[in-house]
Write a protein that binds this ligand. Structure first.
Ligand code: AHR
Length: 504
């Protein structure tokens, strides 16, 4: 029997809405074609940004967008992306397909995108191949309100008012594509670069240091040990962490669709490892920072499969199935559980790359919302809500010799007092019955939505964009203040529960 007890009258932690953040890199067809098509494109756009994609993202209340990379960030020279587009220098995107980057999408376009989305910009600056001066000038260009070389340049380029930016990354994966540094060395480099990431006027920057790859706990330990200033305070507000769900050893070899239960299980087991990672990295951070001043910023997460046959291997284009929806819901459940430390997370990546939420067809105006998109939409009720403590006893989903819990769950209370519970059943063959008690409140009413499909690799295509989409959930019943939830195999459900204070 699966039993879920939710303490609906307790809870003192807020689920940061920034856990629902995004990441868009100059990689394959994420920016070019996926988000930006240029003003002259026949695809309906506003200032070059696709109207369909912007509308889809706005519907998710996306809180922030990380740009321009990724590995691309540590090769990007921002000055190449400002001024008249026809005069901009080109560069080779060495990491991603060796294609020519024409720099037609630059700083002004990124801020236009964030304005259209109504989200916070998160820029990742170049440490690996950039200079301190270059990073310093970028911050000045964006945020300085007054007369200065960079503010004047911004005005010459058509933007008189400064923008506001909160989130600033000082390099990306500096243990690898961002410079192959040792943690001791990067800690010093970080200290130096961040000194010149200035707060101009009212603009206050939340500085994010490049963090560990997956299970590299030494990186986190070294950064935490070496990034305090003279006054004893940390010189960073956040420390990042990257973890991709592969289901196998590197390089990624599993396929996005057409897989067996073997690979279904491998992926879902790997997705659950995010919990162990957060636990262990947080424990190290607690040692140096018991008051949890430094946020853990999971600014790259998601599935990484072999690329789709016939596509450019450097473009990392993959389909997205019901399995990815489960991966996303499991990640959100885990992020919520660690929301005292996890202040932000960013799925890799928003459009056409890795675990994308939107796919666009090359050369046409057709788009597909992926099963992962629908999880972002079903879970958006948890953004900024109060995490409710819960106890979950789950039956096992056993496969061969191994097993994982079948059920994963999370619960929160929103500002109007409505309790939302999200649950998933990873078992691809068996329905699971969950009995659920909400301690401390009386249940007034309940309704829900479900995402499921007939096959484990069900996905949406340009010809059949609605194969996998949320539907009304009829599998919940209320009896003496208890809920019985009939979770079909391979499904994700979100319930909205009206509550009244419990009568003593
Ligand atoms: O998201 C794709 C790549 O994965 C990013 O550019 C890099 O940071 C990571 O290795």
């Amino acid at each position: 029997m699966n039993q879920l007890t939710i303490n609906a009258d307790l809870g003192n932690q807020t689920i940061s809405r920034h856990i629902y953040g995004h990441f868009a890199e100059h990689l394959g067809r994420c920016i070019y074609g996926g988000i930006f098509v240029g003003e002259d494109s026949p695809i309906p756009n506003t200032n070059g940004l696709r109207n369909d994609v912007v509308a889809a993202l706005r519907n998710l209340n996306i809180p922030n967008l990380r740009w321009p990379g990724g590995c691309f960030a540590d090769e990007y020279h921002w000055m190449d992306g400002i001024g008249p587009k026809e005069e901009r220098p080109t560069m080779i995107n060495t990491h991603w397909g060796g294609v020519t980057e024409d720099n037609s999408f630059g700083t002004h376009d990124f801020f236009e995108l964030c304005e259209q989305l109504g989200c916070e910009p998160y820029i990742c600056g170049n440490v690996g191949s950039g200079t301190v001066q270059e990073m310093q000038q970028w911050v000045e260009y964006i945020t300085f309100d007054g007369i200065s070389p960079m503010a004047n340049l911004r005005k010459e380029n058509g933007r008189s008012d400064p923008w506001r930016i909160k989130y600033w990354g000082v390099g990306n994966e500096n243990w690898g594509c961002g410079g192959n540094m040792r943690p001791e060395y990067y800690a010093d480099v970080y200290r130096r670069f961040q000194t010149y990431v200035r707060n101009f006027g009212e603009n206050k920057i939340y500085k994010i240091a490049g963090g560990a790859n997956s299970f590299d706990y030494n990186w986190t330990d070294t950064l935490m040990a070496n990034t305090r200033g003279g006054h004893g305070r940390f010189l960073m507000h956040g420390l990042s962490l990257h973890y991709y769900t592969l289901g196998s050893e590197w390089p990624p070899s599993l396929t996005a669709t057409g897989f067996t239960e073997d690979e279904w299980f491998a992926i879902l087991r790997d997705a659950r490892r995010m919990d162990e990672l957060l636990q262990r990295h947080s424990t190290i951070m607690d040692k140096y920072d018991p008051n949890k001043e430094v946020g853990l910023i999971v600014d790259e997460w998601g599935t990484w499969y072999a690329v789709e046959p016939g596509t450019n291997p450097g473009f990392l284009f993959q389909q997205n199935s019901l399995r990815d929806a489960l991966v996303a819901s499991i990640h959100f459940d885990i992020f919520h559980r660690h929301c005292d430390r996890v202040h932000m997370a960013n799925i890799a990546q928003t459009v056409n790359v890795l675990q994308a939420i939107v796919l666009t067809e090359e050369g046409s105006d057709r788009v597909v919302l992926t099963p992962t998109y629908h999880i972002f939409e079903m879970y958006k009720v948890h953004q900024g809500a109060t995490l409710l403590p819960l106890d979950l006893r789950s039956e096992a989903y056993a496969y061969g010799e191994a097993s994982i819990p079948a059920i994963s769950a999370t619960a929160s209370r929103d500002a109007s007092g409505v309790v939302h519970i999200s649950l998933s059943n990873a078992d691809p063959r068996m329905e699971h019955l969950v009995t659920c008690r909400l301690a401390g409140v009386m249940i007034g009413g309940v309704n829900g939505r479900i995402l499921t499909a007939d096959t484990i690799d069900a996905h949406n295509t340009f010809d059949q964009p609605e194969n996998v989409k949320p539907a009304t959930f009829n599998g919940v019943s209320l009896n003496s203040n208890h809920l019985t939830i009939q979770m079909p195999s391979k499904s994700i459900v979100t319930l909205a529960i009206q509550t009244e204070e419990a009568r003593l």
